[in-house]
Design a binder for this molecule. Structure first.
Ligand code: NAP
Length: 265
């Protein structure tokens, strides 16, 4: 018996087999969920369709979250195909490369708006559009990063967006609580994905993370997938408005020293 047997789960933000959304999709499939996958644009269709086939997913729909008409159409199609939805995963973010390499104070007005629209408002818009077809006990989740609470060099406007995303998680959780619908965020440690490649200095940060985290290792999309199963399942029935860290403990440490430095004492 799987933890998600009989649950209908929609996953937004699958780009390729390195995507966090793919780790979540595979874990959901393993636990018995019926999966629906949404991708951003025509360009991705070729890459996403074969992945969808691997998990026996029959609902594969385009949805650019900057377009209200596409969000509404995706909700309509999901209603027709699934009837009701139990799990909605938001694994979407975007900021222009320029904004993730220059100093934060040079962020452009357009760059700020775009990052906030795609990475934050989209969670609100998707929640609102899918609310009529969410079952009681449904679980909504999004992906965030520690750069929301502490400075991660070069993460810039995306850190500010993640702070707003985490805050949105709490406000949405408050709104939907009476309907027993839960909203949570997973704060993942750095993972080599397409989105991460756009962040200046990511490679160094990735390496530093493995040296400095209490568990001395990086995390994988499988780790995130397994935590997403917990949040999607009834095991987390009374957990809402929370940020769950999946980061080998990195966020718990105030003064970071690598294992090597400690040994040389
Ligand atoms: P990814 O594979 O590149 O996924 C990002 C997804 O966002 C892509 O599918 C992308 O589609 C989609 N997206 C961008 N603009 C969109 C739009 N207008 N409409 C719909 N979808 C759009 O990278 P990822 O690392 O797995 O990112 C998934 C989530 O995890 C993001 O929220 C990210 O911030 C978060 N996260 C990542 C890390 C990390 O280190 N990788 C750590 C913590 C949290 P396109 O490719 O077409 O743009």
């Amino acid at each position: 018996m799987g933890l998600l047997d009989g649950k209908n789960a929609l996953i937004f933000g699958l780009a390729n087999e390195r995507s966090i959304a793919w780790g979540i999709t595979q874990a959901f499939k393993r636990e018995g969920a019926n999966i629906g996958i949404s991708y951003a644009g025509e360009m991705l269709e070729k890459r996403v369709k074969p992945l969808a086939e691997k998990v026996d997913c029959k609902w594969v729909e385009e949805c650019d979250v900057t377009r209200d008409d596409q969000i509404a159409l995706a909700a309509e199609k999901a209603a027709k195909h699934f009837g009701k939805i139990d799990v909605l995963v938001h694994s979407i973010a975007f900021a222009g490369r320029d904004e993730l390499s220059k100093p934060y104070h040079e962020t452009s007005r357009e760059g700020f708006k775009t990052a906030m629209e795609i990475s934050v408002f989209s969670l609100v818009a998707l929640t609102n559009a899918f609310l009529p077809i969410l079952n009681p006990n449904a679980s909504i989740m999004c992906l965030t990063y520690y750069g929301s609470v502490k400075v991660a060099p070069h993460y810039n406007v995306m850190g500010v967006a993640k702070a707003a995303l985490e805050s949105s998680t709490r406000y949405l959780a408050y709104d939907l609580g009476p309907q027993k619908i839960r909203v949570n965020a997973i704060s993942a440690g750095p993972i080599r994905t397409l989105a991460a490649a756009g962040v200046g200095g990511f490679r160094d940060m990735y390496k530093h993370f493995a040296d400095m985290s209490p568990m001395r290792e990086n995390i994988t999309i499988e780790d995130v997938g397994n935590s997403a199963v917990f949040l999607a399942s009834d095991l987390s029935k009374r957990i809402t408005g929370e940020v769950l860290y999946v980061d080998s403990g990195f966020n718990t440490v105030g003064v970071q020293m690598s294992g090597k430095e400690e040994q040389s004492e």
